[in-house]
Write a protein that binds this ligand. Structure first.
Ligand SMILES: [Zn+2]
Length: 601
């Protein structure tokens, strides 16, 4: 890899997209699913012996594991060049076949859900089935809310013209928005996500014009956007009522395996810490030389932007700091670079941002980055490497136990980021770099914890009010404004166009009440980090075990084994202590009269 750009090597999967085994694997998956259907559809799984049931379950799992490989390969190729027509066709074909395979397997999933409890108990006492205890019990929990096969079919067919028609309308409608804006002396035509990325610009007037223009367009289209939002809330209410769920969050809590009381407690503790976020906003205003932040300043970079870090340097920083943290982290991270499981340079047609794909237990993970050398990129590398290590370790599990629950999915990534930023802080003498690092860390935490809390509170309010009447766009705007004002208080001014800020959040459209799992995940990770700081290295073996367990238990069970009890009230406080420390550290970097731009005191 000397001297050349770090691109990934996908030949562990297939030599080329045209390799015959790609299409063969794709067809074999569907073929195997058809055979499973022929053997078991209509048959009563509870009549099987435990050994025969185990065999059927293994087959079901293995079909999915083998069948998803060509799809994952096509997705990776497409993400590195979405303008390549060959990749586009390949991905489309893989998608269709994968859907077909999933449809063929749906009957088996429904059969698992409807296993009678006594039978399930009996199966689970058969030793080879013990490993599936959590997965099978999890499915069973949806039994009271699952309707007969005919009704399920009606739900799913009517969804095409109901729920999913509205989400598609939202995506296509807002995806077609283009914005004219003067930037760097020329008139440009920009997409929505390009407009939002201007919030990270150092040019204040550009940030302001971009945000105002972006929001105003959503306001101009409030009739459509408000109507979609109303329809989706009502649709969820109707389906929840028909299925027997109690309240709009019931189903989501079941999926996340979290008790509603735990979520409510977490949100209340978060609200009690809103002043912490406000304290940071004041520090940031001072750093930007402003009397007060306006909400287009929240992500502005500091005036003295620090040096660039070449990728080679970032790589050795990462390897050193991970090795020092735990040899297993160091060894696995090393493997990612040596074996080229990571793609770093930005290219035309490549996906923006960064991600880590966990793949399956029989395949190793891959990481995609757009590394340009700023500090945020270095932390993103550490974040995605954390995900990579988590998936790598979880390969000890089988597919049904592989993916960590949503709420624990960020554990290793948050650790990775903190390990890296602490190493940088230890070695960096330049105060501007230290300031910038701390700001990035705190801002990420504010966005993942406090902002998501605001989003969830707003959503709760909207669902509650919609029970009673159709919501006007004005009313939605009021609810949104109030939820945000509770966080910002006097510390941040909102521009009037921000009334339309609710109208572009795609989580509200695609997966309702998703946002609270971000708060949960981040606070759990910070609490684990706090525990590591208290207990030192002995804690790390428990962390490694937690990561190795993947998704083989509920968040509660997995964390309990790591020595964390999320039922305890003081638990949620722990994460906020880490944020407190970072803000204190930031404040200790004074003297503020010299650091704050334009300060005269
Ligand atoms: Zn992540």
């Amino acid at each position: 890899m000397e001297g050349q750009a770090f691109t990934w090597d996908l030949t562990d999967l297939y030599q080329t997209p045209r390799e015959p085994s790609w299409a063969a694997d794709l067809n074999r998956g569907v073929e195997r699913a058809r055979r499973l259907q022929a053997s078991y559809k209509g048959a009563d799984l509870s009549l099987l012996s435990p050994a025969a049931f185990f065999q059927a379950l293994k087959e079901y799992e293995s079909i999915q594991e083998e069948g998803i490989k060509p799809f994952l390969y096509a997705s990776l190729l497409f993400s590195e060049d979405s303008q390549n027509d060959e990749y586009k066709t390949l991905l489309q074909k893989a998608k269709e076949q994968w859907n077909e395979l999933e449809n063929q397997l749906l009957f088996f999933r429904l059969a698992l859900i409807s296993l009678p409890p006594e039978k399930l108990q009996e199966f689970l006492s058969h030793p080879p089935l013990k490993a599936y205890q959590h997965a099978l019990r999890f499915l069973r929990r949806f039994r009271p809310f699952t309707r007969g096969e005919k009704e399920e079919e009606i739900f799913s067919r009517k969804n095409l013209t109901g729920r999913s028609a509205f989400t598609t309308l939202f995506d296509e409608f807002t995806g077609a928005f283009s914005f004219r804006l003067e930037a760097e002396g020329e008139e440009k035509e920009l997409t929505g996500s390009q407009m939002l990325s201007l919030l990270y610009s150092s040019d204040r007037s550009l940030r302001e014009r971009a945000f105002r223009t972006f929001l105003k367009r959503h306001g101009d289209n409030h009739l459509v956007l408000g109507s979609i939002f109303n329809a989706l809330i009502l649709d969820a209410q109707v389906e929840d009522d028909l299925r027997g769920y109690q309240g709009p969050m019931h189903r989501i809590h079941l999926e996340n395996e979290i008790r509603p009381e735990a979520v409510e407690l977490m949100m209340e503790v978060t609200e009690a810490h809103y002043p912490l976020a406000r304290e940071y906003f004041q520090v940031k205003a001072c750093l930007l030389g402003l009397p007060k932040l306006v909400n287009f300043d929240l992500y502005a970079p500091l005036p003295s932007s620090p040096k660039k870090i070449p990728f080679e340097e970032a790589r050795s920083l990462l390897l050193q700091s991970f090795q020092r943290f735990h040899p297993i982290f160091g060894r696995i991270a090393g493997e990612f670079f040596e074996k080229r499981w990571i793609d770093t340079p930005p290219r035309k047609g490549k996906y923006g941002g960064a991600f880590c794909t966990g793949m399956t237990p029989s395949l190793h993970p891959y990481i995609l980055l757009n590394y340009t050398g700023n500090l945020r990129d270095v932390l993103t590398l550490a974040h995605e490497m954390g995900h990579g290590i988590h998936f790598y370790l979880a390969r000890k599990q089988t597919l049904m136990n592989f993916d960590p629950p949503l709420t624990l999915a960020e554990t290793a990534s948050v650790f990775g980021e903190l390990v890296m930023s602490q190493a940088l802080l230890r070695e960096e003498r330049d105060p501007t770099v230290r300031l910038a690092l701390l700001c990035i860390e705190v801002e990420d935490m504010i966005a993942t914890i406090f902002r998501q809390n605001v989003l969830t509170r707003f959503e709760q309010q909207a669902y509650q009010s919609r029970r009673d009447h159709l919501l006007s766009s004005e009313e939605i705007g009021d609810l949104w404004w109030k939820a945000n004002a509770r966080l910002f208080g006097d510390s941040v001014e909102m521009i009037p166009e921000y009334r339309w800020g609710w109208a572009y959040i795609s989580h509200f459209i695609h997966s309702r009440f998703y946002c609270y799992s971000y708060i949960f995940g981040e606070l759990v990770s910070l609490a684990l980090f706090q525990k590591y700081q208290e207990e030192g290295p002995p804690f790390l073996n428990r962390l490694i075990r937690l990561l190795e367990r993947g998704g083989s238990g509920s968040p509660h069970e997995l964390l309990k084994k790591a020595g964390i009890d999320i039922g305890r009230e003081d638990f949620w406080e722990k994460g906020f202590r880490v944020i407190r420390q970072l803000i204190d550290e930031l404040k200790s970097l004074g003297p503020w009269d010299r650091i704050c731009v334009g300060s005269t005191s």
